[in-house]
Design a protein. Structure first.
Length: 179
C-alpha cells in the first residue's frame, strides 16, 4: 500500500491514478460526512461531488509541515460542502455540531503561499473542466460558478430554465467522469 504522503505528492503533480486512489481511500469519510447532513437523498450526489472537489483542493494546497493530511482533508471537504450549501440557500442546514465549530479548521489557508497555490490549482482545474464542456455549457457553468440564479442565466442566454438545468446536469456528469 502506497504511503499517503507519496500519493498526495503524486496527485499534486497531476497523477490522476494517485488522486483516484486517494479518493477511494477517503470514500468512506466522504460518504459518512454527507450522510450525517440533514439533506434530501436527491441532494447527496451533488454534495458528494462537492466533497470530491474539496478533496481535490486539499490535495492541491496541502503542506505537510502545517497539518496531517487527513485533518486537512476533513477541514477542506467540510468547508467545501458547507460553502456549497450556503451558496445555494441552505444556511439552515442541520450540520453535526462538531462540524460547525471545526469548519474553519486550525489550518491557516490564508497564507500568501497557499493563496497562490490555490489560484494556480484553480486555473489548472478550470482548464481541465472547460476542455470537456461545449461553448454553451461553458457559458452556463461560468454563470453557475458566479452563483447566478437559474432564472437569470436563462434570461441572459435567452433559454428556458429547464434548458439551463439540463446543461448543469450534463456539466455535473462530465465533471464526475473527470474525477
Amino acid at each position: 500500500m502506497m504511503e499517503e504522503n507519496v500519493l498526495v505528492a503524486s496527485a499534486k503533480e497531476g497523477d490522476s491514478d494517485a488522486f483516484d486512489l486517494l479518493a477511494t481511500r477517503y470514500q468512506g469519510f466522504l460518504s459518512s460526512y454527507i450522510s450525517s447532513l440533514s439533506v434530501l437523498p436527491s441532494e447527496r450526489e451533488d454534495l458528494m461531488q462537492e466533497a470530491l472537489i474539496g478533496l481535490l483542493r486539499a490535495v492541491r494546497s496541502y503542506d505537510a509541515e502545517k497539518a496531517g493530511f487527513s485533518t486537512y482533508v476533513s477541514a477542506c471537504v467540510k468547508n467545501s460542502v458547507i460553502s456549497y450549501l450556503r451558496r445555494y440557500g441552505r444556511q439552515s442546514i442541520a450540520l453535526p455540531m462538531d462540524d460547525v465549530s471545526s469548519a474553519s479548521g486550525d489550518y491557516d489557508t490564508n497564507t500568501p503561499e497557499l493563496q497562490f497555490i490555490d489560484l494556480e490549482t484553480t486555473a489548472q482545474l478550470q482548464q481541465k473542466v472547460f476542455s470537456v464542456l461545449s461553448p454553451y455549457e461553458t457559458q452556463v457553468f461560468e454563470m453557475y460558478l458566479a452563483e447566478t440564479p437559474y432564472a437569470l442565466i436563462a434570461k441572459r442566454l435567452n433559454k428556458n430554465e429547464k434548458s439551463i438545468d439540463n446543461a448543469i446536469q450534463r456539466i455535473k456528469s462530465k465533471l464526475k467522469r473527470l474525477v
